[in-house]
Design a protein around this ligand. Structure first.
Ligand code: ATP
Ligand code: MN
Length: 300
């Protein structure tokens, strides 16, 4: 009898190959991690274009950022209509545990998603603010910066949700109604960040480039452009120790001790809480019109 493709689990070959020397985690253990977090992670991946970071020689080797693939390359990984990204191989989408493990078999460590659904990709359904520490910035400054972002978003009437990046920073996500184009959302996210940089210039910068942010935090709005991606909640990071991006309740902001507070090795303690901190995300989606007026942001 033919196996049900949806149920089949791709075989993990070279399972004892080392992925990360710091934690000692192997390819088989990373695949087991993804099998375990699949129920928590798939809601964040499902229906969105996904980009992958592959580490065929472990994370100390060369890393490959992959947005496209050819037919049948990775078991269970879906291919999107080439019209989404003309002139390339199809973009990818992962909706099932089979796809997650198919990617793991191909040495994928990181999963990054678009701010839009594949079936409605002309209009983003969230805004993402990526807080990046400049040289010399200590973690407590990052926590304060995230709170500043939240405070401004609150004043604008926008709900916001927090996660660790698993690397060095924090990500603040604002779920929005699909009612605005990419340029509008990106332009508005830039205006929000510029407003923050004006109010606390000693803390936050809105301009990219390492020289602009020595001792400061870059509030990156560029994740809001068409085709830009951000690490998915529950993805591991291809960095020493294999940090994991984890949804946080705002009340927990000052309890975590770094962006890599949880790693593949320590995540078990967090699985019960899972996505609970983001439970209200779907029902809190909003259009941006009111927030734009409050900020004095004029479209066109
Ligand atoms: P940190 O908290 O350490 O800043 P992060 O997830 O915010 O972690 P990066 O790991 O620096 O930031 O990733 C930046 C973004 O750039 C990723 O989400 C991804 O969309 C994109 N990216 C990463 N590598 C590449 C690449 N090789 N080519 C194109 N885009 C990339
Ligand atoms: Mn970042």
């Amino acid at each position: 009898m033919a196996a049900d493709r949806k149920q089949s689990t791709p075989r993990i070959t070279h399972a004892d190959r080392l992925v990360d020397a710091k934690s000692g985690i192997t390819k088989g253990e990373l695949a087991a991690y993804y099998a375990r977090v699949a129920p928590l992670m798939l809601p964040h991946l499902r229906g969105r274009p996904v980009a992958l970071v592959r580490a065929p020689d472990g994370i100390a080797g060369e890393l490959f950022f992959q947005k496209h693939a050819q037919h049948g390359e990775m078991a269970g990984v879906g291919l999107l209509d080439p019209a989404l990204d003309p002139g390339h191989e199809p973009l990818l989408q992962i909706d099932t545990a089979e796809g997650l493990l198919g990617a793991a078999q191909f040495n994928v460590v990181e999963f990054h998603t678009w701010n839009a659904l594949s079936r409605a990709f002309a209009q983003p359904d969230r805004m993402t603010f990526d807080l990046d520490p400049g040289e010399g910035v200590e973690w407590p400054r990052m926590q304060e910066a995230a709170l500043l972002v939240r405070t401004l978003l609150d004043e604008l009437g926008l709900p916001s949700f927090l996660k660790t990046s698993g690397g060095k920073g924090l990500h603040v996500v604002v779920p929005i109604r699909r009612a605005h184009g990419w340029d509008e959302v990106k332009g508005f996210s830039q205006a929000i960040v510029q407003q923050l940089a004006r109010s606390v210039p000693e803390r936050i910068v809105a301009k990219s480039g390492p020289r602009n942010r020595v001792g400061k935090i870059f509030a990156d709005y560029l994740r809001n452009g068409f085709g830009a991606t951000t690490i998915s909640a529950w993805s591991a990071r291809a960095r020493p120790g294999l940090g994991v991006s984890v949804p946080l309740d705002w009340d927990e902001l000052f309890e975590v001790d770094g962006a890599d507070h949880w790693t593949v090795a320590t995540i078990a303690e967090r699985l019960d809480i899972g996505n609970a901190p983001w439970a209200a995300m779907e029902r809190s989606r909003k259009g941006l019109g009111d927030a734009m007026r409050r900020l004095g942001y004029l479209v066109n």
